[in-house]
Design a protein. Structure first.
Lengths: 49, 386
């Protein structure tokens, strides 16, 4: 009964969406791009002379 | 960017974000304790008459400790299930890992990637094809279900979880097929994640050799990252993580092509129960392409044109303050992501992998892991340093 027991919200999840706060993988990718952009912008500001 | 990412899904994410704070505090707090207290203690404590034995002999570092702490939270402290209070925070772990991989683009220049390209494409392409062919052949030999075989083929050949899930709808796979494939490759992958650094140190591999090996031989992206940082926690051009990840990125990019190839194989031999969608390579490419890779490529281009100053390549000027801070922040971002990843590993679930899929997955996984090491050792003089 792997369908029932495996992967409610773990790495072995058959439903990967449950491992993310985003709606799906694609949105998580965009989220990572936005977060990386914010991190880079912040670092540039912090290291500006 | 898609409208959905900004509107519906985006606001959904923002609404859920406050609920993620407790889990995030636990993860970040864990990494702070590991890096400020446990790591310094490990490097000074005397065990077996040797100062820093845990670091020098066992090669424990913040990455391995982070994963272990995450696993302890789920499997020991919380009894197998994360409490609702912390679940949403742990769901941010892959976001951090993907963000870190995008930032890793600052370790490369376009020129370095072009230099590396031919041999990396040859190795990655060769191993992807070898793994797919082996699983399809073994699946036939052991009379394994065709959908199960298709899912396992891509799970073993590309990047584990993502590939299994991307392939499932195209080959009419049931949730159980995906679950078995994922549990099989993760069980094997977790083992390789922990033993690879020891093997690498025992064989006295260089960062270049080790990165090429784990980038080719380990099945899952998160585990490639963890195994390479566990071998050498430094993030800089030429370190294990910089080599392993460029290998891994090339493999991730091949997901849409591998999904298409296995779909063609499936339908070529299917017995005409046309329930699943038939898609063109164009549709599959648009749907399955991992968009965060574009962010990585933009970082490579920005680094190549000097947007962040000197990158600190070997023999060149020292890295700029921006690049140094980027690398420091990456260690934290990866550390946080990997504590979260550890929290998603349920040891009881891994025990559920079994039967023929486990047998086939292990045969292919071990073959790939060992063969990748042998090939890397055989061509070590031809590997291009970056």
């Amino acid at each position: 009964m792997a369908e029932e027991r495996i992967g409610s919200e773990t790495v072995a999840s058959a439903e990967k969406g449950k491992m993310t706060l985003f709606r799906d993988d694609r949105q998580e990718d965009w989220g990572a791009i936005i977060l990386a952009t914010l991190v880079v912008a912040l670092i540039i500001v912090l290291t500006m002379k | 960017m898609s409208d959905a990412a900004v509107s519906g899904g985006g606001s959904g994410f923002l609404q859920k974000l406050p609920g993620a704070i407790p889990g995030l505090v636990l993860i970040v707090g864990t990494m702070v304790v590991i890096r400020y207290w446990i790591e310094p203690w490990m490097s000074t404590v005397v065990l077996f008459d040797q100062k820093g034995w845990l670091v020098k002999v066992v090669h424990l570092n913040y990455i391995l400790l982070g994963i272990i702490f995450g696993m302890i939270y789920r499997n020991v402290i919380f009894g197998g299930k994360l409490p609702n209070l912390f679940v949403d925070g742990f769901r941010l772990s892959r976001l951090f890992i993907k963000t870190g991989i995008i930032l890793l683009g600052s370790l490369y220049t376009v020129q370095a990637i072009v230099q590396l390209g031919a041999i990396a494409i040859f190795l990655i392409g060769g191993f992807v094809i070898l793994s797919v062919v082996m699983v399809l052949w073994l699946g036939r030999l052991f009379s394994m279900d065709r959908s199960m075989t298709g899912v396992l083929a891509n799970a073993c050949s590309i990047c584990g979880v993502s590939a299994a899930i991307a392939t499932a709808p195209a080959v009419e796979a049931k949730p159980a097929h995906v679950a078995y494939a994922v549990a099989t490759i993760l069980g094997f992958g977790i083992l390789t994640m922990f033993i690879s650094p020891f093997i690498g140190h025992a064989l006295d591999l260089t960062d270049l050799q080790y990165g090429a090996w784990v980038g080719t031989g380990i099945l899952n992206s998160g585990q490639v990252l963890a195994a390479s940082l566990a071998f050498n926690p430094n993030i800089a051009p030429g370190t294990a993580v910089s080599v392993a990840e460029i290998w891994n990125i090339m493999r991730v990019i091949s997901i849409p092509f591998a999904v298409f190839a296995v779909t063609v194989w499936y339908w070529a031999g299917a017995q005409g129960n046309g329930g699943a969608e038939r898609k063109t390579i164009g549709q599959l490419f648009v749907e399955k392409f991992p968009v965060f890779v574009l962010g990585f490529l933009v970082m490579v281009i920005l680094t190549s044109i000097g947007a962040f100053g000197d990158v600190g390549m070997k023999g060149g000027p020292a890295a700029s303050a921006t690049i140094k801070m980027l690398r420091l922040w990456m260690t934290w971002i990866f550390g946080i992501g990997l504590v979260g990843l550890g929290g998603y590993i349920d040891v009881r679930e891994l025990a559920q992998a079994g039967g023929t899929p486990l047998k086939v997955g292990l045969i292919v996984g071990v073959t790939k892991y060992v063969l990748a090491l042998l090939v890397v050792l055989a061509i070590r003089d031809y590997l291009v340093a970056i």
